[in-house]
Design a protein around this ligand. Structure first.
Ligand code: ADP
Ligand code: MG
Length: 607
């Protein structure tokens, strides 16, 4: 007896539904995508009890005639592609013809639709995949779909649903994505009879972002524009350096209008931000990538969340470059608020320091504020220097930086000025500018200054290296062998003197001066691994930057180093001269502004 049989259509649909319809949010996604594909200007979504009891999506799109209203419920029925060839360049959000039959097979489903010029519309009612009613209806032009009792006939799936709150927050997140992706469409969202939002259509993405996420977030964004050359363009908004989240939820990426997850892009974002992003944090992005639909395969994931690129490295390069340029250009706006005071503006007077401690302070200054990289303390000096600093600090406990008795009156002078007020907790430099109070983390600021200085050095002249007493040899596999051979110049620039010493073996004579490691071979292996991960045409020195960043940290001003007024001014000026002054090499902010407005709110002077 044969064991194999074809599944009844109903069961086959439920199997298919298992792939696309995981939870109420997936129903909302599919229905809203259909409404977008139908050219709607306004989409209204209503859910009850997390969407499990009811989901309703009403649009004003092109609608369907009676035949299509019935056909759209068949599996693999679609108006969006015709031949296998069309799959190679998809321009609509849907294309598989699977969503409506899948949803209808696992719910009580009602479809009402009317074409714009048609006299009557059509209403279809389906329960668990079986058509119950088909009749004429006098609906408004467009399409209304109501999905009730989701998974009522699929108890196994229903058991996996979470609480109503969780489900409705997934729905909301899904709608958030769609609303960001399509600002020219108006969206209404009602949850358990409560209006959640009503978003007017707008030509401007930033208006939509503001409407959805508030003014504060909108102000933390930089506009991004890039690409163009290879038929790939990048637009949208990205968070300023230091603006980040601990999850990916605000890292929103669209490719040709479709919200996607893609590891190439995730890496590219990280690489583009580089030191402007804290470890373990994710950037805030509203990134819109437009490209030839033939260059991206969207038919790789059941829910079409993931995509594959024909040429991932080009995509990556374009994104990295666009992000980097945007972050660097954000600098000019930033420095407007913080640029140094012109001569003549009153600054707090330096502390009067007892004569006998001056030599000690100078000794410490040599260590902490040294501008000359070549004389950065090496291991031994550091220890010596540290004890000098400690002594200097002891001597100075009694001489805090004075805070002026009465703050100078605010003038209408140039808003770019700042004035140093003092130091809080031996770490935060307090400054006043036209907008309010500015706090500078002196440790983070100094890290950034040293970091950029070292990197400049490195790019210009290579890293000073230290000869090893005994050359090291490193054995590598054939793949690494080739990679090292091709990258010897880069490695040399990074202060690693390496040369081939027979096949699969290299000799290392020198290492970067500033690197302290007990296991240089491991270090070299790590460097090779990390360098290989960065994309080909982005700077090979990137990794060098990372190494520098961590090294700098050890040499930078420690939190409780005592700085005198001129040193503070110098620190701030040097910081402002940096390429990326707003955060330290680990992505932590260097400066925080607290505006008068915020202060007034805190003191209850303003509502
Ligand atoms: P797909 O979107 O992959 O084509 P669906 O099952 O989601 O498959 O929809 C099937 C077809 O039904 C679509 O191709 C479209 O022609 C039609 N359709 C679905 N929803 C709407 C809508 N809101 N307005 C107009 N036509 C729709
Ligand atoms: Mg669809």
């Amino acid at each position: 007896m044969s064991r194999i049989h074809l599944l009844p259509e109903e069961v086959a649909s439920q199997v298919a539904a298992g792939e696309v319809i995981e939870r109420p949010a997936s129903v909302v996604k599919e229905l809203v995508e259909n409404s977008i594909d139908a050219g709607s200007r306004k989409i209204e979504v209503m859910i009850r009890r997390g969407g499990v009891s009811t989901i309703s999506v009403v649009d004003d799109g092109i609608g369907m005639d009676r035949d299509d209203a019935l056909l759209c419920l068949e599996r693999h029925a679609t108006s969006k592609i015709r031949t296998g060839h069309d799959l190679a360049a998809i321009t609509t959000l849907g294309f598989r013809g699977e969503a409506l039959p899948s949803i209808a097979s696992v719910s009580r489903f009602r479809l009402a639709t009317r074409e714009r010029d048609a006299l009557v519309g059509t209403e279809v009612i389906i329960n668990g995949g079986k058509i119950e009613t088909v009749r004429d209806g006098g609906e408004a032009p467009g399409t209304q779909i109501e999905v009730r009792s989701l998974f009522y006939n699929l108890p196994a799936r229903r058991k996996f649903l979470r609480s109503e709150n969780t489900e409705s927050s997934h729905v909301e997140q899904q709608l958030h994505l769609q609303a960001i992706g399509h600002p020219h469409i108006g969206f209404v969202f009602v949850n358990d009879e409560k209006p959640v939002y009503q978003l007017p259509a707008t030509p401007n993405l930033i208006d939509r972002i503001r409407d959805l996420s508030g003014r504060d977030l909108a102000e933390q964004l930089l506009e991004i524009r890039g690409g163009g050359g290879d038929g790939i363009s990048v637009s949208g908004f990205i968070g300023k350096p230091g603006v980040s989240r601990s999850t990916r939820t605000q890292q929103i990426i669209f490719i040709n209008g479709r919200a996607v997850e893609n590891s190439t892009i995730h890496y590219a974002l990280r690489e583009g931000y580089h030191t402007a992003l804290m470890k373990g944090q994710y950037p805030v992005t509203y990134l819109f990538i437009e490209m030839d639909p033939a260059a991206v395969d969207v038919n790789v994931h059941p829910a079409k969340r993931e995509v594959r690129f024909r040429d991932p490295s080009t995509v990556r390069e374009i994104i990295v470059e666009s992000i980097r340029k945007t972050i660097e250009s954000g600098r000019s706006e930033w420095s407007k608020t913080f640029s140094p005071a012109p001569a003549g503006l009153p600054v707090a007077q330096p502390a009067r320091i007892p004569e006998e401690t001056l030599p000690l302070i100078e000794a410490r200054e040599q260590v902490t504020l040294r501008r000359d990289w070549s004389s950065l303390p090496l291991q031994n000096d550091t220890r010596q220097a540290a004890s000098v600093i400690a002594r200097a600090e002891q001597a100075m406990v009694a001489t805090p930086v004075p805070v002026p008795a009465a703050a100078a009156p605010r003038t209408n002078a140039d808003p770019q000025n700042f004035r140093i007020l003092g130091v809080l907790g031996k770490l935060y430099v307090l400054m006043e500018n036209e907008t309010g109070l500015v706090l500078v983390d002196q440790h983070a600021a100094h890290e950034r200054i040293l970091f950029e200085e070292l990197r400049r050095r490195m790019e210009d002249q290579g890293v000073p290296c230290q000869r090893l007493l005994m050359p090291l040899t490193i054995q590598v596999n054939p793949r690494d062998n080739d990679w090292i051979l091709q990258n010897i110049p880069t490695l040399n620039k990074m202060g690693i003197a390496i040369e081939q010493f027979g096949s699969g073996t290299f000799k290392i004579d020198a290492l970067p001066q500033f690197i302290k490691t007990g296991d240089p071979l491991q270090l070299i292996r790590d460097i090779i691994d990390e360098l290989r991960q960065t994309s080909d045409s982005t700077s090979k020195l990137r990794l060098g930057e990372d190494v520098i960043a961590t090294t700098v940290c050890r040499h930078a001003v420690k939190a409780n180093d005592y700085l005198r007024e001129p040193e503070l001014v110098r620190l701030v000026q040097d910081l402002l001269a940096c390429e990326l002054p707003y955060c330290c090499p680990h992505g932590r902010p260097t400066m925080i502004q607290i505006s008068y407005l915020e202060l007034e709110k805190k003191f209850g002077r303003k509502a």
